[in-house]
Design a protein around this ligand. Structure first.
Ligand code: URA
Length: 254
């Protein structure tokens, strides 16, 4: 969807330069929008224009890249936010790529999410037929009933259908909270929260530990790392193989 905004803001969102530097460049007559030099401060763009800056017009790189990001809480999984909230792409201001998040994590969910400009990888990772595993650590208030964990393993009926088999492990019990590790290979909206809410548990915290074999490792909240070519190839190959063989991982029952 297009969003009207000032040219200097758009330039900084593209990662071309800071907003202040953009203002200087506009004043100096060094910025072209769709081939026309624009010197008017506050010029409005739709977000689909070609921007050229004298001297650095090729700064946005066409290299195909993917990053693993550790999303903090209170960050929107999008490129821009109408309500001015911090987005995942705000963390990539120093990268000269047109990046977007691959799929989404809720505003109040933290953890692993891929950020990329690779259309093929995005389609594969987000397509339901590729069944890529995602592992979450869920913290609920109070204790959990083992029969509920067993039901979550086997599949439960949510309003958008049965959930597929999942790997579910009681991770840690404290006096007032319980941590459960769950691996699913679907990506329905708010799926993990809804699975626990189905049994009236209150989800206190939700963190995604891994996407496929990609774990956060030493990445702190707000940090990211570039995936190697091998990691990208492996993720794509796993997705393609699952798709081709219609494989849904068959989890061992505990
Ligand atoms: N399931 C959820 O409920 N929320 C997320 O962000 C991801 C999975």
């Amino acid at each position: 969807m297009e969003e009207k905004m000032r040219l200097q803001k758009y330039m900084s969102q593209l990662g071309l330069c800071s907003r202040r530097r953009a203002e200087e460049l506009i004043q100096e007559g060094k910025v072209k929008v769709n081939g026309e030099i624009i010197t008017q401060m506050g010029y409005i763009v739709n977000g689909d224009e070609k921007i050229e800056i004298e001297g650095i017009e090729n700064k946005v790189s066409n290299e195909v890249v993917t990053f693993l990001f550790n999303k903090p809480l209170g960050v929107v999984s999008s490129v821009k936010d109408d309500r001015g909230r911090k987005t995942i792409i705000d963390f990539f201001k120093n990268e000269n790529y047109r990046l977007y998040p691959v799929g989404r994590l809720d505003y109040n969910t933290s953890g692993a999410i891929l950020v990329s400009n690779d259309g093929e990888l995005t389609n594969l990772v987000t397509h339901p037929s590729t069944h890529l595993n995602k592992t979450y650590m869920v913290t609920i208030d109070g204790k959990v009933k083992l029969e509920h964990l067993e039901a979550l393993r086997n599949g439960i009926l949510l309003e958008d259908g049965m959930t597929q088999k999942a790997e579910v492990e009681l991770f840690r019990e404290k006096i007032d909270q319980t941590m459960i590790k769950i691996t699913i290979h679907e990506g329905r909206n708010r799926q993990v929260r809804r699975m626990f809410e189905h049994f009236s548990y209150h989800v206190r915290n939700l963190n995604r530990d891994s996407v496929g074999f990609l774990t956060l490792g030493s990445l702190k909240r707000g940090e990211y790392r570039k995936l190697s070519d091998l990691e990208v190839r492996m993720i794509k190959n796993i997705c393609k193989a699952n798709q081709k063989n219609n494989i849904i991982p068959d989890y061992k029952k505990k």
